[in-house]
Structure formats: structure tokens, C-alpha cells
Design a protein around this ligand. Structure first.
Ligand SMILES: Cc1ncc(COP(=O)(O)O)c(C=O)c1O
Length: 381
């Protein structure tokens, strides 16, 4: 139940990739038939991704993943002297890129979020300056699943004639994405969060948005991302995009939503002092972030792992020390509560049986840990 970290390759995705790893190994830039076959496969995948996002094929740039897509969006448009607006709950691929921009003479505003983890579009409007060049606010948060009001932010960006990027890595395949309805100029997705291979991704670049590439070399991807295409990975991403679109249409994601609802409701009902972080906000259907008071979250992650349940904690290891999650602390949680929070994230492959198992394991593990090593919320920083 850690799908927001990564998802398994679907067998259908692997099947479409296999020939491009074995017999059809052409370079998509070669003019002979092997190259042309690879080119056709890449272009077919581009069509599938364009369909998922409701954009033109020429607006799709294949990258090595969400991190590269975010970096390309942020560094591709901004120069020293510009101003950038982003939020304090972005993934580090945006946050750390924005911090690097600050070192290069760019002013960056990191917007706060409400208690339920949402950016207020009016805060975006208030922070606009004459030199604001880019707004970057994510579509769905990776830790809480909270969906941000990006359509409203897109409207503000359009009215002010400012570029708007959204990191949709945790939204793709979980909710509908329509770049026209959002009104964004740039949008990132990552293959491995939607059952395609790790190390694949896309940046949607709206026609007319002139981005400076991060790399230099060939003229691949219309001069926006040089480097021999990862044909098999791209083919896998295309297939995953087709399957994701299907899962959004045929009720599969509704089933995931009901699994999540039962998991969340029953854990909160069975465990004392347990609540949902961001539970009042609109969320993607697969994620729940639960706060278990009087407990060290990392110990719970390990206890559950020993029983075969993989989830993520509300802290990250940075320079050797565990830091409470920047997302949860931005939502106003004190560090003990952020540390005592766990993220459960599902895929369409999770079953009723697994949810039932989690509903047995989690309450038992929580009460054992609370007995063994009670954490007093008042004493830990
Ligand atoms: C919101 C968000 N953006 C970006 C990324 C980075 O994507 P990738 O792992 O493909 O580099 C992640 C991965 O966790 C993410 O959750």
C-alpha cells in the first residue's frame, strides 16, 4: 500500500515493451527500417499520452521521469531577476529546484497552505508582481493526496499572462487531467506512478511555450530534450497511459476509491486517537494520510513491514537525521504529529482481501507500540 512511491509494471505494459528491448532495438533517429519502426512506436506512445492529457502530440516531451520534467519546467523558463510563485508543499523536485533558483538571483515565494493542505488561489493573486515569470503549484500532493485548486490558479495565471506549471505526477491515472480545462502551460507526469517503468516521464509543453533545454546534444523531442529515446520505456508509458484512461472510464478507480474509503474509515473507527490529514479536502481516490497520536511513525512503518504491509511514514531521512514531513508541518502539524503520520496509497491491483488484512494489522501494531514505547506529544520536539 505504497503506490505513491511506485507501482508495479502491468503485464500488458511489459508485453508491449518486450519487442523493443529484444528484436526491435533500432535507434528512433536512424533512417533505416529498424529506426523507422522505433520512431513509429515512439510516436504511437506520444499519441496515447496526448490523448490522456487532451493535448497535441507535438506538445508531449518524453523525459527520464517526474524529477526531470519538474526541473525542465522550472529551469526552462526562469532567468535571474524573475519572480516565481510556488507552494510550500511541492515535491522536492520543484522545491529544491526553486531553492537553486534563489541562489541564482531569482525571487521565489513559497505559498502557505490551509490546515487541510490546500493552497488558496487568492494567495497566488496577492503575490503576483510585475516580474512574476512562473507559477508552479502541484495538482495532487504525494503525501496527503489533496487536490489543489489548479483550475482557479490557471485562470489567475492566464489573466496575468504568466506561465503556469503543475506537477501532476500523483494525479495521472487517478483523476482526469485535461490541460485545456486546467489552463496550464506545462504539466509533469511520471511513468512509474502509473504502472509504466521507473525512469520514464513526460513534460507537457503548451504550443508557443519556449523552454530552454536542460541538456545539450541532439535535436530530439523538437530541441527540448536531446538524447536517444528510451524506446521501450516510452512504449511502456504509452500503454500505461491507455490503460489509465480506461481505468478512469470503466469504474476501476471508483473501486479503488471505495477500498480507500473503507480502509480509512475502519482504521479511524478501530484505533483511538487517529485522524485523517487533509481528510476534509478533495483528494485523489487512492491515498489516505493517517495520524496516530502517541506513537513513533517510523516504528509503526517497520512493525507493519515485518508483517508484510508496506506503507510510508511522515518523515524523511535528510543528511542522516529524520526530519518531519515538510508537507505535514506546512499544514500546521507539530513535528511529533507529523512523525506519527502514515501514508497508505493503493493501486487498482490492491484487493478487498489486502484491505481486510491491513484492518487487522494496523490496530494491533498501533496498540502494541503504544504499550511498548508510548510517545508523549509534549516532550518530543
Ligand atoms: C509529486 C511528485 N513529483 C515528482 C516526483 C518525482 O518523480 P520521479 O520519481 O519520476 O522522478 C514524485 C515522486 O515521488 C512525486 O510524487
Amino acid at each position: 500500500m505504497d503506490a505513491n512511491a511506485t507501482t508495479p509494471l502491468l503485464p500488458e505494459v511489459l508485453d508491449t515493451m518486450r519487442p523493443w528491448l529484444l528484436e526491435n532495438f533500432g535507434n528512433a533517429s536512424s533512417i533505416h527500417q529498424h529506426g523507422q519502426q522505433a520512431r513509429a512506436a515512439v510516436e504511437h506512445a506520444r499519441e496515447s499520452v496526448a490523448m490522456l492529457l487532451n493535448c497535441r502530440e507535438s506538445e508531449i516531451v518524453f523525459t527520464s521521469g517526474g524529477t526531470e520534467s519538474d526541473n525542465l519546467a522550472v529551469f526552462g523558463l526562469v532567468k535571474p531577476g524573475d519572480h516565481v510563485i510556488t507552494s510550500s508543499i511541492e515535491h522536492h523536485a520543484v522545491l529544491h529546484a526553486a531553492e537553486r533558483l534563489q541562489e541564482r538571483g531569482v525571487d521565489v515565494t513559497f505559498l502557505p497552505v490551509s490546515r487541510d493542505g490546500r493552497v488558496d488561489p487568492e494567495d497566488v493573486r496577492r503575490e503576483l508582481r510585475s516580474n512574476t515569470r512562473l507559477i508552479s503549484v502541484m495538482m495532487a500532493n504525494n503525501e496527503t493526496g489533496v487536490i489543489q485548486p489548479i483550475q482557479e490558479i490557471g485562470r489567475i495565471a492566464q489573466e496575468a499572462d504568466i506561465w503556469f506549471h503543475t506537477d501532476a505526477v500523483q494525479a495521472a491515472g487517478k483523476i482526469e487531467i485535461d490541460v485545456k480545462a486546467i489552463g496550464c502551460d506545462l504539466l509533469s507526469i511520471s511513468g512509474h506512478k502509473m504502472h509504466a517503468p521507473q525512469g520514464t516521464g513526460v513534460l507537457y509543453v503548451r504550443r508557443g511555450t519556449r523552454i530552454e533545454p536542460l541538456f545539450f546534444g541532439g535535436a530530439h523531442e523538437r530541441q527540448r530534450r536531446p538524447g536517444t529515446e528510451n524506446v521501450a520505456g516510452i512504449v511502456g508509458l504509452g500503454k500505461a497511459a491507455e490503460l489509465s484512461a480506461e481505468a478512469l472510464r470503466d469504474g476501476t478507480m471508483d473501486r479503488v476509491a471505495s477500498l480507500r474509503a473503507r480502509l480509512e474509515h475502519d482504521i479511524v473507527a478501530r484505533v483511538e486517537d487517529c485522524s485523517v490529514n487533509g481528510g476534509e479536502a478533495p483528494r485523489v481516490p487512492n491515498t489516505t494520510n493517517l495520524q496516530f497520536d502517541n506513537l513513533e511513525g517510523e516504528a509503526l512503518v517497520i512493525a507493519l513491514d515485518l508483517k508484510g504491509l508496506a506503507v510510508s511514514g511522515g518523515s524523511a531521512c535528510m543528511s542522516g537525521a529524520t526530519e518531519p514531513s515538510h508537507v505535514l508541518t506546512a499544514m500546521g502539524l507539530v513535528s511529533t504529529r507529523a512523525r506519527a503520520s502514515l501514508r497508505f496509497s493503493l493501486t487498482k491491483l490492491n484487493t478487498e482481501y489486502e484491505v481486510n488484512a491491513a484492518l487487522e494489522l494496523v490496530p494491533a501494531a498501533v496498540s502494541r507500540l503504544r504499550e511498548l514505547a508510548p510517545v508523549n506529544a509534549g516532550t518530543l520536539g
